[in-house]
Design a protein around this ligand. Structure first.
Ligand SMILES: Cc1cc2nc3c(=O)[nH]c(=O)nc-3n(C[C@H](O)[C@H](O)[C@H](O)COP(=O)(O)OP(=O)(O)OC[C@H]3O[C@@H](n4cnc5c(N)ncnc54)[C@H](O)[C@@H]3O)c2cc1C
Length: 170
């Protein structure tokens, strides 16, 4: 575990109050509620963050980032928390910025196989949004996710990944 910043820990009540002014209905600071965010998919390590902030807009994200920069509070962003390597592991003296409420798909451009989405949108939500038109999102490790049409996808995925064939078939 990294060394903790005692100064930030001592300022916790004031930091939580300030965050509540920036994101009024999106701050979790109660110890029990923080347990839901104490790890990502690497469950061997757990630690509650100082607080969780759940913004709904880019403006709220900007306000939180500016605050953390000004107050020298560390911050870890988190999408769905499915990282298997502890990438979204929280810091006891830091803010966990949960982006799950930013879940709008902004633009679907099938011609260019391109979707513009907020950071809380899941792979499955994108597939659901395009499957009626014969597409799905092909998420594969070590490569950017790609939007494929189903015939194209079936041939390629059979060579690559059983779980993705199942996702395609379902
Ligand atoms: C059962 C299982 C199956 C999986 N299968 C696949 C697979 O087939 N293909 C694949 O590619 N991956 C797979 N993964 C890994 C995981 O799903 C991916 O890494 C996924 O893309 C992580 O997204 P997330 O939103 O959950 O990110 P998180 O786990 O929340 O975060 C991952 C990292 O990104 C940072 N981060 C998150 N959001 C932002 C943001 N908006 N801005 C800046 N940084 C950010 C976090 O701080 C962290 O370091 C699998 C995981 C599990 C548990």
């Amino acid at each position: 575990m990294p060394e903790q910043n005692e100064d930030v820990l001592a300022r916790r009540p004031a930091i939580v109050d300030a965050l509540r002014r920036l994101v009024p209905d999106g701050v979790i600071a109660e110890r029990d509620a923080l347990a839901a965010y104490d790890c990502d998919a690497l469950t061997a390590y757990r630690q509650k963050p100082l607080a969780v902030v759940l913004p709904r807009s880019a403006d709220e994200v900007s306000a939180v980032l500016a605050f953390c920069h000004r107050e020298q509070v560390r911050l870890v962003p988190r999408g769905a928390g499915t990282s298997l390597s502890g990438g979204a592991f929280p810091l006891a003296d830091g803010i966990l910025l949960g982006l799950s409420r930013m879940n709008r798909i902004l633009e679907i451009d099938l011609e260019n196989r391109c979707v513009v989405a907020e950071p809380g949108v899941t792979n499955l939500a994108i597939t659901k949004a395009v499957e009626g038109r014969g597409f799905l999102l092909c998420a594969r490790s070590l490569e950017p996710s790609r939007l494929l049409d189903r015939r194209q996808c079936r041939g390629k995925l059979r060579r690559n990944s059983l779980s993705q064939i199942r996702a395609d078939d379902e």
